[in-house]
Design a protein around this ligand. Sequence first.
Ligand code: BG6
Length: 483
Amino acid sequence: MVIFGVTGDLAFKKLLPAIYDLASRGLLPAGFTLVGYGRRDWDNADFCDYFRSAVEAGARTDFNHDVWEHLSQGIEFVQGSFDDEGFDKLSARLAELDKARGTGSNWAYYLSVPPEFFSDICHQLERVGMANSMEDSWRRVIIEKPFGHDQESARELNEIVNAVFPESAVFRIDHYLGKETVQNILAMRFSNQMFEPLWNSHYVDHVQITMAEDIGIGSRAGYYDGVGAARDIIQNHLLQLLALTAMEEPLSLDAKHLRAEKAKVLEAVQIDDLPNSFALGQYSAGYQGGEHVNGFFDEKDIPADSRTETFAALKVSIANRRWEGTPFYLRAGKRLGRRVTEIAVIFKKSSDRLFGESENPQVGQNAIVIRVQPDEGMTIRFAAKVPGTQMEIRDVNMDFGYGHSFTEESPEAYERLILDVLLGEPPLFPRHEEVELSWKILDPFEEYWEENRIKPEPYESGSWGPRSAHEMLERDNRAWRRP
Ligand code: BG6
């Protein structure tokens, strides 16, 4: 595997630790070799030190000297930029490594770089003859979001990549799909009998998909400003969660069938009343975990007139028979009450005929909550009798927690995804059509915000977002769950 952008944040925090964790679980092929490519004046030893510090800072499994010794024999650094003869050097080095380490000319290129560099890198790889798969070896390219900033730019970006690599060799990362709990959505829905009969608008009142972070934008202003929560999270992670929650049962778990069902449901997503179907926010200073934290405008390099949202909530519907009349509410934000991602399927209220109306209007409104992170598991909420002489009803929770039911800790998303690239397993990678369809859903919102110069509403750090997000649900006589 060759990583371009190996000195970046993603490689340090996620990719290098994940590669070590795969090695430590014995899942990498014996001759696995990692080549870092970058401008720094480094030799192999420098890169090894850097790799090791990334492992020590971020690996999930304990540091093991033998694993490291073995892995570090296959760590190389090639110096060059994205538009020069560095690629000739790279190609010569890979050919040598094929002989020395038996890598069989099977090369995966991880483009952990901003999309404006995709074109140069792909063309260089093509120029030096490194892009085409051979009869008995493969060449694969891994790309990270942002896949453009709207449907049109996503298409252009795709054309750039597809001009060099066939679609079957392109692995687009949406790291949410690598999470165990996200893969469990399909297992839960389709390997059980009891959920599926209820999974439709006859029984489901609405669905809430929440991705809340407690962190702010940190030092990422360069990337984040002008992008915002909707493009950063909703366009990819949350719409993938929506697709998995709402799609029909695929014919098989093959990539072809999975992607086709996801695409079908994304294509059916509609916005019914756009001006009343969103809320945008920007965090202001506040307290989080007892500590005072900065507001968005105090973060480094954020211009005073930035309209970038750090919180976005959207309401959409799905125009098919299963979901007719069941809204899906999506929200994503930084500096919220706590870090949590969950999908809450909220059922219609059951009849009060026998037990009378409870003081709490939500009693009897059952919910199935898929807890994606950090407390991985699932909760079912239902009403039960409070012990005593009265027939008093209260909601209770039934919990499944990964930590209680399984002894093995869930792997990091990137471990699974990197392994799948090496194995040539495409089901967990969105295909271009899904990316475009997701932009097609978001574009009208983004255009409306731009045309109307919508200014996000401030919300206090540590809260659950701006007032307008709550009002959006109140208009529908609903309320956000407090996760
Ligand atoms: C990334 C976003 O895709 O996901 C980040 O660009 C965000 O802004 C991150 O912080 C969150 O990932 P996770 O796995 O911690 O939920």
